[in-house]
Design a protein. Structure first.
Length: 527
């Protein structure tokens, strides 16, 4: 028996014994294929895969309107049903994209021999399609942009002046200071818990004076609860569905402010698509802002208090004039629902993000997109649920269902940090803005040697997760400082008071929980 590994040599030796074989007698076979990248794949299947790849690449280049009315109009123009049974906004938009892709493929086949001179015309048409994100506004919007520019420029100047002083602080001083802040945060623990309704708590926001927390629940109720007793002070009734957005008017509840209790102090957004404006003296809305066609996910006051931004699942965010109660801007730019909006501390920039996993930074003075919070390796892979700016005015946090919180720097136009914050979705994130904030507080002075003292504002962030945790992270190295456990269900929202004394959270266990130090000392009080 000959081993297989030896058989070739034996057969070759036997051939030599028979006198060898003339190479000219070997038949020539020209019917062969050279193996390529698709080796092992049937030609029909390889062709289908290539066709599918080309189709997807073509579809990605087609601009589709984000406004549902324009999507319907285009479908009607193509002779297609305006809507199908059970079809949502995103599904209808995807169907239009498929139809336009098929149309483009047919057009490409018919005009395969088009001369290169037509390329410039096609490029110009593509540029016009991209302009769909910029909506023509009226004189009211133009005046609002001017007002925002006049408001934000002095604040930006003030911020930069303080940052120049901060740059001179020795690193050793920063390290000692941050260590003290972390030690205070590490002693936070549960101080109180209160059931705040018969449905899940969806939103919690602490008043500027730190003595009230506004909560919204799935039943449509907005409740004002005292801190630290957690005693219910007032129930605001007006929404008929889940309350997703809450925002306090800047300066509200502060004794030195000119915001009266009888005027607008609070804004809320509901799943029925309405935005209500509330005072602190009555339980019915002062005014209602209507325009969104779907759920309002978040509302946010401009730092000036003159405007309000709202994010909605109708794929738009809108800007409202608080005095006239009118809509100034309907902004497109997201392919799916917009879940969060946030103004930076200057008031010059607005961040928006949502279910398309992409964030955008808008210049409120020009209306243009200045940065897209996305990247092949840096972006989120699931919807973004939370946004918040730092007190430095140029960094913004995004919180996502992928469990990550990411930090983006507008100056560098890139991501500068990231935290694997929770083992499940991150529902909310808040960057601490303290009483020593250069904008809305009293900045720290200098030490005995005349060196600028560090500020506590901006030193940490708090987050809420569907893993039932409230986490505190350092904002200098993104390290976990403290994980607060107590909720028995997903935590939907979290906020921190300006004096650094309290953290308030609300979740699907229907409770509002208060976290703090046992000595009740905040960031600005001695233990």
């Amino acid at each position: 028996m000959i081993h297989p590994s030896r058989r070739a040599y034996v057969e070759e030796a036997e051939a030599e014994d028979r006198g060898g074989i003339d190479i000219n007698d070997v038949p020539i076979d020209r019917d062969y294929d050279i193996p390529g990248a698709g080796a092992g794949i049937a030609p029909e299947k390889a062709s289908a895969l290539l066709s599918q790849f080309e189709r997807r690449r073509l579809a990605a280049t087609i601009a589709v309107p984000t406004d549902d009315g324009r999507v319907r109009a285009k479908l009607r123009e193509l002779g297609q049903p305006v809507t199908l049974f059970g079809e949502g906004l995103a599904d209808r938009r995807d169907r239009l994209r498929e139809l336009l892709t098929e149309q483009a493929q047919k057009t490409g086949e018919e005009k395969a021999d088009v001369e290169m001179k037509d390329a410039e015309e096609e490029e110009e048409e593509g540029e016009e399609q991209e302009e769909e994100f910029y909506t023509r506004g009226g004189p009211e919007l133009l005046q609002a942009r001017r007002d925002i520019a006049q408001y934000s420029i002095p604040r930006a100047k003030k911020r930069i002046e303080f940052q120049k002083k901060e740059a001179a602080i020795p690193v050793r001083n920063h390290l000692i200071f941050r260590k003290e802040v972390k030690e205070r945060l590490q002693s936070f623990e549960l101080q109180g818990s209160q059931t705040a309704g018969e449905r899940h708590i969806s939103m919690t926001r602490i008043s500027p004076n730190g003595k009230l927390v506004a909560t919204g629940n799935w039943g449509g109720q907005v409740k004002l609860i005292d801190i630290p007793s957690l005693e219910q002070k007032r129930t605001l009734r007006g929404h008929t569905n889940k309350v997703s957005g809450l925002s306090w008017m800047p300066g509200s509840t502060l004794p030195e402010s000119n915001v009266s209790e009888d005027s607008v102090n609070l804004a809320s957004g509901g799943a029925e698509g309405q935005i209500h404006l509330w005072s602190l003296t009555q339980d019915t809305p002062l005014a209602t802002l209507s325009g969104h066609s779907q759920r309002v996910c978040r509302v946010e006051f401009h730092p000036s208090g003159k405007y309000l931004a709202s994010a909605s699942e109708d794929t738009s965010w809108r800007l409202w004039d608080i005095e006239t109660k009118s809509e100034l801007l309907l902004q497109e730019g997201h392919s799916r629902g917009v879940y969060a909006v946030a103004f930076n501390t200057d008031g010059s920039l607005l961040a928006s993000a949502g279910l398309d996993s992409v964030g955008r930074i808008w210049d409120m003075r020009s209306g243009r997109t200045v940065m897209i919070l996305d990247g092949h390796l840096d972006g989120h892979i699931k919807p973004i649920y939370g946004l918040d700016w730092g007190s430095d005015g140029h960094r913004v946090l995004t919180a996502s269902a992928d469990g990550w919180i990411k930090c983006w720097d507008v100056r560098k136009v890139q991501r500068t940090g990231g935290i694997g914050a929770h083992t499940s979705s991150v529902a909310d994130v808040r960057w601490y803005k303290g009483l020593d904030d250069p904008f809305d507080g009293t900045p720290p002075g200098v030490d005995e040697e005349g060196v600028q003292l560090p500020k506590k504002s901006g030193t940490f962030i708090v987050s809420a997760g569907f893993d039932a945790k409230v986490n505190i992270f350092s904002a200098d190295d993104w390290a976990l400082v403290q994980s607060l456990s107590g909720h028995t269900g997903a935590v939907a929202s979290v906020d921190v008071s300006r004096d650094g004394k309290w953290i308030v959270s609300g979740g699907h266990d229907r409770t509002v929980k208060l976290w703090g130090r046992n000595d009740s000392a905040g960031m600005y009080e001695e233990a």
